[in-house]
Unconditional design. Structure first.
Length: 255
């Protein structure tokens, strides 16, 4: 589906339903739904049904996380000299993806963040980069400048929440019109369903868990500003921006 068609669909939904009122666990869920709809409408996938297929998806995700943990250990020790530390105060903090690194003189340079890092360091400001790895991508080492690999922590939180998801208490839900929206979207026959309520509950719980992790780092480092590469692309970005807003640190998106 073309971009202008996707925007028209999303605009129609936002005009009909009170999307800005939908809250789970104090998290506004429309940004999560909106990004998911946009991505899936662009690729127009076929809907897959059944508990067996759903279970298979979770097993594959679990195996993917285990594989990521092995990759982390390999990258951490192979590029040991470029591992940074969160045990020091900084002026500016960055959150980036390994996929943004490109090979320059046999080192992987972060084309999104490192131009800004050079500017800040040239005026005497201290910086720190937190780095995650997107699905299907590799750690790009050796790095041009040091960073802190945190994908292992994101993976740990996903495993923990997946195993405990049935024991979670959901709080502060405001979903007026959500189920009408789900039926409305299904009637359009785009080939897939909107995120179901259990999935959204799980995602908001993940955001809160990740936000607590980032909060500890930010409270320790005390940066005056934060930069995020592709803020919309995953829930760790939502969590990072959420906690920056909570504790009063301006966050800037880098495209």
């Amino acid at each position: 589906m073309r971009h202008h068609q996707i925007i028209s669909i999303i605009n129609e939904i936002e005009n009909i339903f009170p999307v800005d009122k939908w809250v789970i666990n104090k998290i506004h869920i429309w940004p999560l739904i909106r990004f998911d709809l946009g991505s899936r409408l662009f690729f127009t996938p076929e809907e897959k049904h059944g508990k067996i297929l759903q279970f298979k998806k979770y097993i594959l995700k679990f195996l993917h996380i285990i594989k990521n943990l092995l990759k982390y250990n390999y990258a951490y020790f192979l590029d040991l000299r470029h591992n940074d530390s969160v045990n020091r105060p900084v002026d500016v903090i960055f959150l980036t993806y390994s996929v943004h690194r490109t090979l320059v003189k046999n080192l992987y340079y972060d084309r999104f963040c490192e131009p800004f890092i050079d500017i800040f360091r040239n005026i005497g400001m201290k910086t720190l980069t937190l780095e995650v790895v997107s699905d299907g991508n590799e750690y790009r080492i050796p790095r041009y400048k040091p960073s802190v690999f945190i994908q292992w922590r994101m993976d740990y939180l996903q495993i923990k929440n997946w195993l405990l998801r049935k024991k979670t208490n959901w709080k502060n839900e405001e979903l007026g019109g959500f189920f009408d929206f789900a039926r409305f979207f299904a009637s359009k026959r785009y080939g897939f369903k909107v995120l179901d309520i259990q999935d959204l509950r799980y995602r908001t719980k993940m955001i809160l868990e990740m936000a607590e992790y980032f909060k500890k780092i930010l409270n320790k480092l005390k940066p005056s500003i934060a930069f995020v590469a592709d803020y919309y692309s995953s829930i760790d970005r939502f969590a990072f921006n959420f906690v920056c807003h909570q504790i009063g640190i301006p966050s800037v998106d880098i495209q």
